[in-house]
Every structure is written in C-alpha cells, then in structure tokens.
Design a protein around this ligand. Structure first.
Ligand code: GLA
Length: 338
C-alpha cells in the first residue's frame, strides 16, 4: 500500500492511497486563505477496510444500487453480490473501493496527478467480462480535482464508475453540513421505492425539497416529511442533470459554505448525480484526529449513470460492449465566495 501527495501552485494538496483510490486528505483555502482539510476520513488506512462508509473511495463497477442484484444482457441473467438489503450497492462486497490499484505519478502543464489501473476479472462480484479500467486524478493549478475514468470489456457488461468523497467545506470535523447551500442543475430527479431503487419515473423538482435550481440551504427542507425525503432519510437521490447535449462536461452542482466562504462546483459528463447528505453517518466511526462524524456531517456528489439503469429501459444506458470505450469525466472545482 502506498500514498501519493498531490500539490498545486496555490497550496491545495491532497493525499491519495492506491487502496481504493481513497482521497484521505484534501486541503483547500477559505475566503481568508486559511487552509482546512475538507474531506471526511480516517487517520490510518487500516480502518478503511472495515469501518468505512466509502469515505474518499472510488466506486465500481457500478455506483449506486442495482435492484435485487440482477440484470440480463441479451437473454443471459447475471446475479451480483447482494450487500444492501436485497440489493447490490456500490460494486458489491469487494468493490473498487477495497482493492489495490497499480498506481503511478503523472505530471503535465499545470497539474500533478496519478494514474490508476486494474483489470476486474470476468465474474468479479458477478459482473460479466474482463473490465480493463484506468482512472486518473489530476490536481490542477486552477484548483480543480479532475477525475477521468476509462474502461473496456471483452464481453457486453454494465459500468458506472464514481467517487464517494464526503465533503464538509467548513473542515472535516466541523459537524453538520446542513448550513451549506446548494445549487443543483436539475429539473428532474428519479424517485425511489422503500429500498432506494428508482421506480423508473422522472419527477419534476418544482415544488419539492429537490428544487435546488436556485441557491438553497441543504437543511431547510430535509425533514419536511416529503415521502421521498423519508425514504432516503434525507437527500440520497439521483438528480437527472440538465444537459445542453448528452455527454457534455457541465455543472452538476455548486455547494457554498457561507461561514468559511469555500465553494465546490461539480461538473460532469454523466447524465446523473447522487446528492447524498450523509444520512447514514452516526458518529460511531472514529474519524481523523478523533472526529466523530455524526449524521449529515458531510455530503457527496456522486456523478453517475442512473441507479438501476441495467433494469430500466428508459434510463440512459450503462451498457458497454467489446470494442467500445467507457469514458467519463468529473471535475471538483474549489473556490471561494466573498
Ligand atoms: C450512497 C448510497 C447511500 C449510502 C451511501 C453510503 O450514497 O446511495 O444510500 O449507501 O452511499 O453509506
């Protein structure tokens, strides 16, 4: 196991492990230029293997849930590992967050980074095809953490790769993130059933707690009693992003921490993003420096194909065929709001 330190010209820095591609620290400046570590995590890598709710980690082969862990391709049924009630979540029992990646440092004009590579064997966690995966992280002098995902397969399969970093822009140990404000670039979200599998429709955000088209505090409507909010225990939903064209690298979300002034913009080529308000955090995991990460003390913006799309014909396809290359880019851009 090895850790890599990335730095940019403005003092931003991150520490990344080749285990799960985990981002263990990420330091960004506030409006006064004071740096804080804004990602939740552990002091040692050992805890990531056992106690982690995917802190900082890469997720694959399929971010989010696949209903009952089954799907079929061209008439063949596949059964995946079941690890979340009756469903498959975040790639299964040993997903991309719990494996070692072949990792090397990379450098170019205006960035430092790492390239991670791994072949996920045919049948791993139940998925078909040998999946050859390359993921790069770049930390740029424009204060961006850029993630590029690429994958090829030798059998038709399904893929949706993402990153599960929990952010708290006041600093990882600052408690609730409900005072952060959010803009989410989506007119629709995908409502879910009791086990958090999309029911297959797109629902308008208008008039619901999911309307973040104008800047809103995360916390104002989170306990509003809206049926979907009860199912998720808060925000744990896929937003169907507004796109000028399919695959365009465009804003998914913009999160502002009014107290520190730190901002985080997420851009993605993906059609969806899961906005998760850390509802399952319960303070039991001993975080960095002894921090107790209580409920809703961090948020994730997990860019993705839609959850369960292998079983939902009307959702954007997650199928990858031999001869094709899966490509996905997400940018987390740090800034300050004056
Ligand atoms: C995702 C899921 C959540 C939860 C977290 C990890 O965001 O959608 O329901 O599983 O990961 O706890």
């Amino acid at each position: 196991m090895q850790e890599f330190k990335l730095n940019n010209a403005n003092g931003l820095r991150m520490i990344v492990s080749d285990y799960g591609g985990i981002v263990r620290e990420l330091h960004a400046p506030d409006r006064n230029g004071e740096f804080a570590d804004v990602v939740l995590g552990f002091d040692t890598m050992k805890e990531y293997g056992s106690d982690s709710p995917y802190f900082g980690a890469l997720i694959g082969r399929y971010g989010n849930r696949i209903g009952k862990g089954t799907f079929s391709i061209d008439g063949t049924d596949y059964n995946l590992a079941i690890n979340n009630g009756e469903n498959h979540l975040h790639g299964g029992l040993v997903g991309f967050d719990k494996v070692l990646w072949d990792t090397q440092s990379i450098e170019g004009a205006g960035f430092t980074g790492i390239r991670m590579h791994r072949v996920s064997a045919d049948g791993e966690e139940g998925y078909p095809g040998n999946l050859d995966v390359t993921i790069t992280y770049k930390l740029t002098d424009d204060n961006e953490w850029i993630i590029d995902y690429e994958a090829t397969t030798d059998k038709p399969t399904v893929v949706s790769l993402t990153q599960h970093t929990y952010f708290n822009l006041s600093g990882h140990a600052s408690g609730s993130c409900l005072d952060h404000e959010a803009i989410i670039n989506a007119d629709h979200f995908t409502p879910v059933d009791e086990s958090l599998i999309p029911i297959g429709t797109l629902e308008l955000v208008e008039g619901t707690p999911f309307d973040f088209r104008e800047r809103q505090p995360i916390g104002t409507r989170i306990d509003s009693g809206h049926d979907q909010m009860k199912r998720g225990g808060g925000y744990d939903h896929n937003f169907a992003l507004n796109k000028s064209q399919s695959g365009a690298l465009e804003r998914a979300a913009f999160i502002i921490d009014p107290s520190s002034g730190r901002t985080l913009e997420t851009l993605t080529t993906e059609p969806g993003a899961q906005f998760y308000s850390g509802n399952f955090l319960d303070g039991t995991a001993k975080g960095k420096g002894g921090a107790a990460y209580n409920r809703r003390s961090g948020f994730c913006v997990e860019t993705q194909r839609f959850p369960d799309s292998p079983n939902q014909a009307s959702f954007p396809s997650s199928r990858l065929n031999p001869g094709e290359t899966y490509r996905s880019t997400t940018v987390y851009r740090f800034g300050v709001d004056s």
